[in-house]
Write a protein that binds this ligand. Structure first.
Ligand code: AMP
Length: 452
């Protein structure tokens, strides 16, 4: 299928051409025709699948065909970074169509609020906003959205997790009853179904979450004690010049500074980003990272969504995220649209149960690599047992834990083959990645790999 099969205007096709988009991705193929028909749509699609263009393209096409010139579309996104990124993609696509947009995402100074107020009153075709900030403007009554035609929620599950449910409800009360609703979400828990029931009208469903983590990501893990994590980072990253763009995620804000400090002590080029920084500081760090003037970015989950940088070589989870969906978002930062990348997770004793939940969500077992010899063995991987959770012992995995993991992997594989899913990370790719970075010890020294 080609983009010209969608009845896009000549200017839209020019924009796509300029951005080197040749063929629609699966979510675009499925969602664009429904949006063009004018129906409500709810799409389960994770980041990295081309979901932003899946809603932007048909909407921009409609705006251009209708002549534009009045506020027509509202897009809500959970974070400033995602809102900015949508706005940037929008600018790219609409370069030839002349469609205008405003990004309203807060976090700035009083003068940025004033600039937003002015932009909102002067009019644009499309607003991209975070819910809280938009509501502050709506409450002051100078923005009128009662003529809107399209209401789009991006990363709806994340917005619900961040506590935006009431804000979304309140914003929807400012909207006209007759409108087209479009919702994108990485997952479809009951709270998202309930939200859809409350604000949508018989939505058609698109589900492209065949494999929950994007194609091309090689996922591997290490069992590590806390005090082994920095030496392991040093081993993985120091003098590895071919890894030029790396993100390290941690669930704890307080860890960001410590990791950056330790990496700098080891003479590695790293900077942190967390909600402690001002909006300007966050943007500056992101800009440096995007321009490859910064090699290692350390951050919390605020950057796990909404960073659109294509060539990230490696994502490292310094700890296991509590919410399995955060894992999907974190590792989705690498291997964006058709490229490949590696995602490594450091599983400490506390993170084992959470990691088991992640493997259940992504329907695959992530291979646990042995630590390099000089670092020593990490905790035994036994997610079901209290020993696994709390132990800092240095023993090998025993036979029974190996057997359990082995059986689970088989079950996942069986389920996958039943549903027709395939894991696109071929063994060949995995072996290549392993050879490149982690060849220190033969896999036979770990319990469960030996069993396999
Ligand atoms: P998203 O899932 O919207 O965050 O998109 C991930 C990345 O894929 C972005 O960098 C997009 O610019 C890119 N992308 C989206 N659609 C296509 C396409 N049809 N062809 C090539 N790249 C695309």
């Amino acid at each position: 299928m080609k983009f010209k099969d969608f009845d896009f205007t000549e200017e839209m096709l020019q924009g796509l051409n300029a951005m080197s988009f040749e063929e629609p991705t699966p979510v675009q193929e499925q969602a664009i025709p429904i949006i063009q028909k004018g129906n409500d749509v709810i799409a389960v699609a994770q980041t990295g699948t081309g979901k932003t263009a899946a809603f932007l393209l048909p909407i921009l096409n409609k705006i251009q065909r209708s002549g534009g010139g009045k506020l027509n579309t509202l897009i809500l996104a959970p974070t400033r970074e995602l809102a900015m990124q949508i706005d940037q993609q929008m600018e790219g696509f609409s370069y030839f169509t002349g469609t205008s947009s405003i990004a309203i995402y807060g976090g700035g100074t009083g003068s940025s609020f004033e600039a937003e107020r002015l932009a909102l009153t002067q009019g644009a075709d499309l607003i991209v906003a975070t819910p809280g900030r938009l509501l502050s403007h709506l409450n002051l009554k100078y923005v009128k959205i009662n003529q809107l035609e399209h209401f789009i929620l991006d990363e709806a599950d994340r917005m619900m997790d961040m506590g935006f449910s009431d804000d979304i409800q309140k914003i929807s009360e400012y909207l006209p009853k007759k409108r087209q609703n479009i919702m994108f979400s990485a997952t479809m828990p009951p709270k998202i179904r309930n939200l859809a029931k409350a604000i949508m009208n018989e939505p058609e469903e698109v589900n492209i979450a065949i494999s929950i983590t994007a194609e091309g990501i090689t996922q591997l893990a290490y069992n590590t004690h806390d005090n082994q994590k920095i030496p392991l980072l040093q081993h993985l990253l120091k003098d590895k010049q071919d890894l030029s763009s790396i993100i390290i995620f941690t669930s704890r804000k307080s860890n960001v500074k410590d990791i950056v400090r330790d990496l700098k002590k080891l003479k590695m080029d790293a900077a942190g980003i967390s909600s402690d920084l001002s909006q300007d500081e966050r943007e500056e760090v992101l800009r440096m990272f995007r321009n490859k003037r910064l090699r290692i970015l350390v951050g919390t989950d605020i950057i796990s969504r909404g960073i659109d940088i294509d060539s990230i070589d490696m994502v490292i989870n310094y700890d296991v995220p509590n919410d399995p969906e955060d894992y999907v978002h974190r590792v989705g930062r690498t291997a964006r649209a058709k490229s490949t990348g590696t995602a490594l997770t450091f599983i400490d004793g506390r993170g084992q149960q959470d990691f088991q939940k992640i493997e259940e969500l992504i329907k695959m077992e992530v291979e646990k690599l042995p630590n390099p010899e000089h670092i020593g063995e990490g905790p035994t991987y036994k997610p079901g047992s209290s020993r696994g959770r709390n132990s800092h012992s240095r023993g090998n995995n025993n036979a029974s834990s190996g057997r359990k993991t082995f059986n689970k992997k088989k079950t996942f594989d069986k389920e996958k083959s039943k549903s027709g899913e395939t894991n696109t990370n071929t063994d060949a790719t995995k072996t290549e990645v392993k050879k490149k970075f982690y060849p220190k010890r033969p896999p036979t020294q770990t319990g469960h790999l030996q069993k396999d």
